[in-house]
Design a protein around this ligand. Sequence first.
Ligand code: PRT
Ligand code: ZN
Length: 289
Amino acid sequence: MLNGNLKLAIQKSGRLTEKSLQLLRTCGLDIENYSDRLLVSSRNFELDLLFLRDDDIPEYVQDGVADIGIVGENVVIEKEADVDTIKKLGYGKCTLMIAIPEDKNMLSLDELNGKRVATSYPKILANFFRNNKIDAKIIQISGSVEIAPSLGIADCICDIVSTGNTLKLNKLKKFTNVFDSEAILIGNKNFDKDSGKYAILKNLIVRIESALNAKTSKYLMMNVPKVALPRIREILPSLKSPTILPLADESMLAVHAVIPSDTFWDIQNDLHEAGASGLLLIPIENMIL
Ligand code: PRT
Ligand code: ZN
């Protein structure tokens, strides 16, 4: 479709699909239910979505079939795609790691020498072996890597782990991390910075940054005695200076602050002890810093 719209490739059906669509919707993009279509246009933004297998996304972006794409960093590195990394997106987090049978013990990386390691990520693994001067045999397998040791075709595996349940189910345990990954936004390297599409991309990036900032922050509101304000300010891990408002009771103030979401449960006790009351924690949908 040569309509001047920015073309974004995302995974058609898999672990990154729903979160990628959710991110775009938080960015204010109206995207219809795509069902089985390969290409969908946003109703209110100059963007076409291409739904592809994740393995194909780096190459499509490299070749300019899509202008940008959302895909796991593990796939981009494994495919050795020549693309720009525009932004880490904070979801789809996982670790490519080497795992060994539960009943085996290996203490140092040296012990990998001479071992057979099954993986779907032969290039990342070969690079890891090179960097660590390990001479091991890489057995390339396209799926169900975790059963390779029990089938006797490998001594250990190198695979993506997120919760660790698959390792446990297959009586394997973590040996060492190889690569930490998450979903990233990638872009074609030859983007014409004077083009209309580039302006659309810049606009989209501002929206994505706003959505990501908002996801990691919350809006905290509370009432505090005026005399406790200095102590409350010490406790608050506020992103910016808090907003302080007078209350009808002149000995009290209302304090509003944007805080990193994961800090609330660490500080709420200290806030209480310092005299804060009526704590309200509110989600933020978008935040432009
Ligand atoms: O069909 P298509 O080729 O598009 O999809 P796919 O099957 O190749 O990929 P998909 O949907 O499984 O994963 C897409 C991306 O999600 C990956 O490239 C990673 O960047 C990321 N991701 C995050 C994961 C996981 N978590 C994950 N747990 N990818 C795969 N897994 C698998 C892993 O291979 C293993 O089989 O889940 C199992 C381990 O999970 P735990 O939770 O038991 O540890
Ligand atoms: Zn795939």
